[in-house]
Design a protein around this ligand. Structure first.
Ligand SMILES: [Zn+2]
Ligand SMILES: [Zn+2]
Length: 262
């Protein structure tokens, strides 16, 4: 600390304290914001993983903040160990609002991706019979257009047609920000419908044995193997989540020598 002013020392201490708090309770800041229904704070934290501000992620943030509060405060002490589950029905910006705010993610298996292309999410707690499904009303885009009139025309140009230079891209980012921070102030019922549902949840994720593929030598989950080979080396079908949803792909069979970098 030698050579630092008193203000700098205080700032470093505050930063260190925040890290210590987050080490003890990694979801603490999110949980506080969810409890306080602080949508702007949740949106800013979501953009740390989503990369930009947009109406889709803002809708995912809103659906999650309201959904978790509807389930009750117990549910939002989510620790990513699969007790709170989220079933999301779309693989678009909306899904990142859900993952960030709920803490139910692809990696911790508390997120179920149902490949339906619907702007909806269900939150449920294991062992409790019912959950809440929140869907975006079909006319949400008129609210977005009202909040940021430039958003859809620029999206057409920059994203759909892949046109426009740096200026249009910057304008599009700006319109996305304006739309996102505009719609979070709208009444929840204007944008969403809520229903109580009996959620069909999968079992807890299995802890599987690992084996080494006898061709490429990479470690794989045993259920993802065929006769001791990974699916790639076995040249069979596998599934992939991509922009189109879940697609079935055929592995190109490769020999061990094909895999080596020269
Ligand atoms: Zn987005
Ligand atoms: Zn292999």
């Amino acid at each position: 600390m030698i050579g630092l002013s008193e203000t700098e020392t205080t700032q470093i201490s505050a930063g260190d304290r925040r890290i210590e708090d987050l080490k003890q309770n990694p979801r603490g800041e999110f949980l506080q914001a969810i409890g306080e229904r602080d949508l702007a704070r949740c949106l800013v934290k979501t953009a740390e993983i989503h990369g930009h501000f947009c109406p889709g992620s803002a809708l995912g943030v809103m659906a999650s903040v309201y959904g978790l509060n509807l389930l009750g405060l117990d549910s939002i002490s989510s620790d990513g160990l699969e007790d709170l589950m989220a079933v999301v029905e779309i693989n678009a910006c909306f899904a990142d609002g859900v993952q960030a705010v709920s803490g139910c993610t692809l990696g911790n298996n508390a997120l179920v991706y149902r490949d339906l292309g619907r702007l909806a999410v269900t939150f449920a707690i294991r062992g409790k019979g019912s959950g809440v499904r929140i869907r975006v009303r079909p006319d949400f885009s008129s609210s977005v257009a009202k909040a940021a009139p430039e958003f859809y025309p620029l999206m057409e140009k920059v994203i759909k047609n892949r046109e426009g230079g740096a200026k249009e891209k910057a304008a599009f980012r700006n319109a996305g920000r304006q739309a996102a921070f505009g719609i979070i102030h709208l009444p929840f019922d204007e944008l969403f419908a809520v229903e109580t549902v009996e959620p069909l949840l999968p079992e807890y994720a299995p802890i599987t044995e690992s084996i080494v593929c006898s061709n490429c030598g990479e470690m794989i989950m045993a259920p993802k193997s065929v006769s001791g080979l990974c699916l790639m080396c076995a040249g069979v079908v596998y599934r992939q989540v991509e922009g189109k949803g879940i697609v079935v792909k055929k592995a190109e069979r490769q020999s061990a020598s094909d895999q080596e970098l020269t």
